[in-house]
Ligand binder design. Structure first.
Ligand code: CA
Length: 235
């Protein structure tokens, strides 16, 4: 069974998570401070980490940064726990490479669903279903050819501007991962101009009109309220 590392200093929450994950059949390592997590990571290899942000000794951001820096831990899915209303926590966590976030208070059922979905995504990324030929990205009915700056939907070429193309390509390479508006601005537009995050919203809207059958349905590009956008993960 997959090994889940839970790092949380609030004893009640730690106990609740450990209890529910164990009941679901996962192996669980439950730690109540950041230093213990750093020590554990020197020898342990969890399949997934649930990480609280505000931790004594070493905080969640620091742990996340360390995980993402090392090749052997960079692909481990990390779900961060953030306090209610702390959008900044979430945004920074996602920019540092967290895969998902859960807001406290949460229901155990919600946590189990997120854990399951991240582990499934990890398995499917390892198999790499969305990249089946060299330099071609496939996602549902969408085919992207990065070298030609071309994308097509059900065999029909899409008329995309270069920025729309780059946005779509970035999202499609990371299905399920949430990108904040600021991160998209940085990755697609760079720092050459001070732009408003509204630029991202406008481009996403045009992109949706071109790729979604019904833009309101968000079959491909999903709005994550208060945070940003992601390509809906499959299954
Ligand atoms: Ca805490």
């Amino acid at each position: 069974m997959p090994l889940v590392l839970v790092v949380e200093d609030e004893a009640n929450i730690l106990k609740l998570l450990a209890f529910n994950l164990t009941k679901e059949g996962y192996q669980v390592v439950a730690l109540n401070n950041g230093q213990a997590a750093v020590n554990f990571m020197k020898k342990g290899k969890p399949d997934l980490i649930i990480l609280d942000i505000m931790l004594p000794k070493v905080d969640g951001y620091e742990i996340l940064r360390m995980l993402r820096e090392k090749p052997e831990t960079s692909a481990i899915p990390v779900i961060i726990l953030s306090a209610k209303g702390e959008i900044l926590d979430r945004v920074l966590g996602l920019e540092l490479g967290a895969d998902d976030y859960i807001t406290k208070p949460f229901s155990p059922r919600e946590v189990l669903a997120r854990v399951k979905s991240q582990l499934r995504r990890k398995t499917s990324l390892r198999k790499g279903p969305q990249v089946v030929e060299e330099n071609v990205v496939r996602y549902k009915r969408l085919v992207i050819k990065p070298e030609k700056y071309e994308a097509s939907m059900e065999g029909e070429k899409l008329d995309l501007t270069p920025k729309e193309f780059e946005l779509l390509h970035l999202l499609a390479m990371n299905p399920g991962r949430v990108f904040t508006r600021d991160l998209l601005l940085e990755k697609i537009w760079g720092y050459e101009h001070v732009r408003e995050t509204r630029t991202v919203d406008v481009h996403i809207r045009y992109l949706r009109q071109k790729i979604e059958k019904d833009p309101a349905e968000q079959e491909y590009i999903e709005t994550v309220r208060g945070v940003g956008y992601r390509l809906r993960s499959m299954g």
